[in-house]
Design a protein around this ligand. Structure first.
Ligand SMILES: CC(C)(COP(=O)(O)OP(=O)(O)OC[C@H]1O[C@@H](n2cnc3c(N)ncnc32)[C@H](O)[C@@H]1OP(=O)(O)O)[C@@H](O)C(=O)NCCC(=O)NCCS
Length: 179
């Protein structure tokens, strides 16, 4: 499934693609504050980003660029991938790259919009995610949104030179009663 264009009060969501291949985006992937708890980042180049975005464009994937409505600025990305169509669950991920825009409720607004799309239009049953326990910003965001912890992978991944716990969280579609 391809990502459709969506919007919410302050934000627009466009399918991520080659049009988003910018120095600004490369800058996010080389900003340790941004990639500290991510799986990629550091020593990134425009060529690497172009290759990556070419791959995204060729794929059926729910992957959006998040833009500010007020000025069109690209401030981050959000994705629902992979999707398990048989069981009706899918994995969520977000990166707000523009640090100047942190703390304004944009990740919360974007996640809420994409969850509504997944639950109301795609009719997915369950959205899952993994977060490094030390990533206070993301962990706080997910708890505020209502994600619940399903388990903890102990000392699972190496971040900042330390083996950290990964918290697995999930939210069920309130419109589907599967019990
Ligand atoms: C984590 C991230 C997505 C938060 O984006 P953001 O736009 O600043 O978040 P919001 O402003 O929407 O915050 C919403 C809520 O999240 C929580 N939160 C956000 N930052 C927080 C922080 N540093 N500490 C604790 N809670 C925080 C709060 O509950 C906040 O609500 P409040 O402001 O009413 O208290 C962003 O910092 C980011 O992309 N970081 C780098 C990449 C990353 O770590 N992605 C997640 C991987 S699992």
């Amino acid at each position: 499934m391809k990502a459709p264009a969506l919007e919410s009060p302050r934000l627009m969501y466009k399918p991520l693609g080659l049009g988003h291949c910018t120095d600004q985006y490369v800058g996010w992937l080389n900003d340790p504050e941004v990639y500290r708890y991510l799986e990629t980042g550091g020593n990134y180049t425009l060529d690497m980003l172009r290759d990556y975005l070419e791959g995204v464009e060729r794929t059926e994937i729910l992957f959006w660029a998040i833009h500010l409505k007020e000025n069109g600025k690209h401030i981050g990305n959000i994705k629902i991938d992979p999707v398990n169509w048989k069981h009706g669950f899918a994995e969520y991920g977000i990166m707000m790259g523009e640090r100047a825009e942190w703390g304004k409720g944009y990740a919360h607004e974007a996640t809420r919009r994409i969850l509504d799309f997944c639950f109301q239009e795609v009719m997915l049953r369950k959205i899952t995610l993994g977060v490094v326990e030390d990533n206070a910003g993301a962990y706080g965001l997910y708890r505020k949104l209502g994600f619940e912890t399903e388990g903890v992978y102990k000392r699972h991944g190496l971040y900042q030179g330390k083996y950290c716990n990964i918290v697995r969280m999930a939210m069920f579609n309130p419109m589907i009663d599967d019990e």
